[in-house]
Design a binder for this molecule. Structure first.
Ligand SMILES: Cc1cc2nc3c(=O)[nH]c(=O)nc-3n(C[C@H](O)[C@H](O)[C@H](O)COP(=O)(O)O)c2cc1C
Length: 384
């Protein structure tokens, strides 16, 4: 059996990412949904991330005869069928049990990158064999370099070839919405949570089968410290430490491309290239970190001018359609990643959810390219 068998059915039932989101919301507990969806503060940046795309319009050209759009591309010398990949999402098992395993298998099947988070609920050792050649590993830089090297060694030995260093978490953000929903680390079994679980028996059954979501990659290190909970260890020992010298150390240690994630300022992009980063990942963390930041799409053009094709630009935050991807490519992105939409897909449809997300986005991207009158990503970029 393959996704092809379901494609027409799914395309009629779930023609857009928002349809998958609606279905996913029904299938997961409230606390999981709030964790996945939340921004921070009054969450204005979530809305801005979406609205800002609408300010980028194109005037189409017609009478081009028959056009077919090719969306295959190359990044870090690897060929991809489309410029789309899966961004790192931590505590994924809270959203859907074993979601990382589903995503890893799908990325291997679809030949698109999958970035595993440091604070994933599955380990690099478990995910690596499933993800094949498509594994990227995301690092929240630990205060201890020994710990950083230990994590990188594990990722490398498990087959991950591209390192992503997240820069945009100088400290944990407040995420008031998740607190209102009753989210606590470690999870606390309150009557509300138990009731939520009873209302979502499929989620609950599989969560109990796998065991409550735990930060399995880092929990062993946490146990060697005097932190009572892994969450305390993560808050105190991971992040809040990155500087440009640390980036240089990581670059020297990792023999593969190193991408810095969360860049929004052109001067940071410039500096990142100076210290040897192989790629710039423009992101505002899906609106979850600094509510006062601009939408990623708003800074893309300025950063693209500074980067001037010296290194590839990866882009995310708020992408929900193929048209959004076209806008990002046009403004200078080389590759576009998405976080939440792939989790909607997994939760709504299970193992073929990611295939359907890619189908929706690729089909919409091709459609919009032909509407505009371009047949390749190079042609699209040359319009700008
Ligand atoms: C629930 C959730 C958890 C996330 N966890 C991480 C993480 O562990 N590391 C990281 O670098 N980014 C993390 N991100 C940010 C994503 O990698 C990505 O930048 C963001 O989701 C893109 O926005 P989108 O969800 O609108 O596509 C997380 C995002 C979400 C929604």
């Amino acid at each position: 059996m393959s996704y092809k068998k379901y494609q027409t059915k799914y395309s009629n039932q779930f023609p857009a990412i928002e349809d998958l989101a609606k279905e996913a919301k029904k299938r997961m507990p409230h606390v999981s949904w709030e964790y996945l969806e939340s921004g921070t503060g009054d969450e204005a940046l979530l809305e801005r991330n979406r609205l800002a795309f609408q300010n980028i319009q194109f005037t189409p050209r017609f009478c081009n005869g028959h056009l077919e759009a090719a969306i295959n591309t190359v990044l870090f010398d690897k060929h991809y069928p489309c410029p789309i990949g899966i961004a790192p999402v931590g505590l994924t098992g809270l959203i859907w049990p074993e979601a990382e395993l589903v995503l890893a298998r799908a990325s291997n099947r679809l030949q698109i990158p999958f970035c595993l988070s440091t604070v994933a609920t599955e380990t690099p050792e478990r995910v690596g064999p499933l993800v094949g050649q498509q594994g990227w590993f995301q690092l929240y830089p630990p205060k201890s370099l020994d710990l950083a090297f230990a994590l990188l060694d594990r990722a490398k030995q498990s087959g991950f070839h591209t390192l992503v260093v997240t820069a945009d978490v100088p400290m944990a953000s407040r995420r008031e919405r998740t607190k209102r929903a009753g989210m606590r680390m470690p999870p606390k079994l309150t009557p509300g949570l138990i009731w939520d679980g009873i209302k979502h028996p499929f989620w609950t059954y599989h969560t109990l089968r796998r065991g409550l979501p735990r930060l399995r990659t880092v929990q062993d290190y946490a146990q060697q410290t005097d932190f009572k909970f892994v969450s305390g260890f993560v808050g105190n020992r991971l992040g809040g430490t990155l500087d440009w010298d640390y980036c240089k150390v990581l670059k020297a240690y990792w023999d593969g491309p190193v991408v810095i994630k969360g860049i929004l300022h052109p001067k940071d992009a410039d500096k990142a290239i100076e210290v040897g980063m192989d790629g710039i990942w423009i992101s505002n963390h899906g609106g979850r970190q600094f509510n006062g930041a601009p939408a990623s799409i708003e800074v893309l053009s300025d950063i693209s001018s500074i980067v001037a094709k010296q290194v590839p630009i990866v882009f995310d935050s708020g992408v929900r359609t193929g048209l959004d991807i076209m806008r990002a490519l046009y403004l200078g992105a080389d590759f576009v990643m998405l976080g939440r939409p792939f989790l909607y897909g997994v939760t709504a449809l299970g193992r073929y959810g990611p295939d359907h997300v890619i189908h929706i986005l690729s089909d919409d991207l091709k459609n919009n390219m032909v509407q505009l009158g371009v047949s390749s990503i190079e042609a699209l970029k040359s319009l700008s």
